[in-house]
Design a protein around this ligand. Sequence first.
Ligand SMILES: [Zn+2]
Length: 210
Amino acid sequence: MQEPLLLRNDTRVHMKVPKEYACPECRRQRRSCICGKVTAFSNRIRIIILQHPQEQFKVSNSAALAHLMLRNSSLLTGLSWKSFKAVAGEKEIPSQWGILHLKGGRNSETPVEIFGRNGSLMETSFQLKGIIAIDGSWKQAKALWWRNSWFLKLHRIVLNPDFKSIRNQSKEEGLSTIEAIAFALKNLGEKPVVSDTLISQYKNLIKTIK
Ligand SMILES: [Zn+2]
């Protein structure tokens, strides 16, 4: 079995980079900036990451890494946004988008399930134009759901991974943001190399945390 890179309750997960020393892009300390070092991809399914402010300067900022690696992505930090269009753009239609639902354990044999607004399970071939991912703990994600009622207009994407997070987080926490994005993309038709590289570079990032 693979050794987890970070142990359960590992305090390194909560370490923060002092704001004044952080690179504005990768949010790492400037001396260990990884901006020029990551492989980036032109992903087909657009990704928008909504990041809880408390996650912004964490050393294990997997959301910032995912954003750096996915050219067709945005990273927005905040607690509330007034509408779906304010986040995704005027031309976007919520029924073509999904939101990664609160992280959870494995409840189904199907790796990724998409549920419609009325709660009905969609065909797995359903083509999503974009995905909204929430970056934060379970509690922080819940706070964002509470403050952004427009989330309910989107399809709900439920992940049922058959593996544990590299970070070996608690079951409730599930996957880290970058792992969740990689897993969703892989199972929703994006090229496997994109997901595989997201994970390998995330492993490299974790290895550098001291
Ligand atoms: Zn940087």
